[in-house]
Write a protein that binds this ligand. Structure first.
Ligand SMILES: Nc1ncnc2c1ncn2[C@@H]1O[C@H](COP(=O)(O)OP(=O)(O)OP(=O)(O)O)[C@@H](O)[C@H]1O
Length: 362
């Protein structure tokens, strides 16, 4: 299943002009406020009729302006996950879930109730009403209800925005399971790079109504032109080696050891670790006597000047890439040049728990 989008729309003072594909997995529409994310979602959902465009979900044509085709929203086979769960308060969790079923066409082959309950860990909640659920639990039920409608596409519009950090951490693993175990493409709106790094299989970076970059998260998040210097970050793929008694987790990013505050992933699991470019310090010599635990040595692949006083220095570390945002002044004083060996210093606490995600679809 794949969603194909090609759209142009004009509002007073704003022009949207985008084309992208969302294959199986999570495609994150990522961009600052006003970049056009909601406009795209509304056009896919059928709440906005674009001036020009064609949107096809699996084999279903949702809109084709040239062919004068525009499927009404309820026929689009879309499962919605909103910021707030929007559950029916008078129905139990089981009844809320089964309500989703009503929207599934008779011959549609979707997930079974048992499978959805297992996937989202809802077994012990089935007889409760939404009033007796936490925010994270409500959101899991909302995901289940969307899945049971046997959708060809799931739209998730900032589904974590209303949750605090603890609840976000609780719900993110369920989105990871959804991404890895359900064949339906998920179009997910977010402006949080931590969410992008954890969940996205594809990122569509929007800026001022245009697609600034499309690709895997490691590539797009490192692209300063697409995400801005402040948001730029790298994603390292690492395997969990061991949890130690002092509260640290040891990982291996290829051959390179990496130490983080304890993460919830069993030894052997592969995780993604997002490292903000502004949290990395560079050194020409291997630093000694530092409190920072992580010193990653590599070769400078490129040095890219920005518009302000900063430059982005990208290192090849084994097969991975790590970017550091430092000042142009430091780069000059250190005499940095492509091809040199350089050492990246990273405080282990610079990596927040929401920046570490699990999953095989890296
Ligand atoms: N119905 C409308 N009429 C006129 N202009 C609109 C309309 N809807 C959106 N816009 C404009 O289109 C632009 C893109 O808005 P949109 O809501 O798609 O951005 P967004 O990326 O979703 O932002 P946010 O993250 O704040 O929700 C904005 O400049 C907005 O003012």
């Amino acid at each position: 299943m794949t969603l194909r989008v090609s759209l142009s729309h004009h509002f007073d003072g704003f022009d949207l002009d985008v084309a992208f594909e969302a294959p199986r997995g999570v495609t994150v529409l990522f961009g600052p406020s006003g970049s056009g994310k909601t406009t795209v979602i509304n056009a896919v959902a059928g709440l906005l009729r674009p001036d020009l465009g064609r949107i096809v979900s699996d084999d279903l044509v949702l809109v084709d302006t040239q062919a004068r085709r525009n499927l009404p929203p309820h026929k689009r086979r879309i499962g919605y996950i909103f910021q707030e769960g929007r559950l029916f308060p008078h129905l139990t969790v089981r009844q809320n879930l089964l309500y989703g079923r009503w929207f599934a066409p008779r011959d549609a082959r979707g997930e079974s109730l048992g499978r959805v309950v297992e996937l989202l860990g809802l077994d012990h909640l089935l007889e409760r009403r939404p009033g007796a659920l936490s925010g994270g639990e409500k959101q899991r039920v909302a995901i289940g209800r969307a899945l049971l409608a046997a959708p060809k596409l799931i739209l998730a519009d900032e589904p974590l925005a209303a949750l605090d950090e603890t609840r976000k951490a609780e719900i993110l693993p369920y989105f990871e399971r959804l991404r890895d175990e359900v064949a339906v493409p998920i179009l997910y709106v977010s402006h949080a790079s931590a969410e992008v790094a954890r969940l996205a299989t594809t990122v569509v970076a929007l800026r001022a109504g245009k697609v600034a970059a499309v690709g895997p998260p490691g590539q797009v998040l490192g692209d300063v032109a697409a995400v801005g210097a402040r948001g730029a970050s790298s994603i390292l793929t690492a395997r969990v080696v061991a949890h130690h008694a002092d509260g640290l987790t040891e990982l291996a990013a290829g051959e390179v050891p990496l130490w983080l505050p304890r993460i919830e992933a069993a030894p052997g699991r592969v995780v993604r670790v997002r490292i903000a470019a502004q949290d990395v310090i560079l050194a020409r010599e291997v630093p000694r006597g530092l409190s920072a635990l992580n010193i990653l040595s590599g070769t400078i692949a490129e040095i890219r000047p920005g518009q302000g006083p900063g430059v982005m220095v990208t290192l090849n570390i084994g097969t991975q890439r790590l970017s550091a945002r430092i000042t142009r002044r430091s780069a000059q004083a250190m005499g940095l040049a492509a091809g040199q060996i350089c050492h990246a210093v990273l405080k282990s606490v610079a990596v927040a728990p929401e920046d570490v995600g699990t999953g095989t679809r890296l």
